[in-house]
Design a protein around this ligand. Sequence first.
Ligand code: SF4
Length: 123
Amino acid sequence: MGSVRRIEREKKTVDAMIRLYCDKRHNDSAGLCDDCRELMDYALARLDRCVFGESKPTCGKCPIHCYKKDRREQIIEVMRFAGPRMLWTNPFLAIGHLVDGRRKIPPLPAKGKPGEPGQRQPE
Ligand code: SF4
């Protein structure tokens, strides 16, 4: 699977998880609440700038974890809630994520230019 497909699939997974979490926890009929919208934007931007590119581990097993502390706490809460439920609501994404989580964690990438593997991005 190429980098675009992998990153795009992860984006769909994160999108589905945050929507599921917000729907059940915040019950905002207008869609995502402001907090979850901000978290979504943040998480998708992190994926766009992931230093690992196509060989990225799941964020939960990442040795870098590029999230800011408060965002990391938010996404962990979302994952804990939505992860098990995704098997019912989005089984293909959930299984893909489980498979990705079993992959060997890649070595830290060599240094590169901004936006390329190896270049840590500002938060
Ligand atoms: S650096 Fe790690 S935490 Fe950040 S997007 Fe890539 S895999 Fe996820």
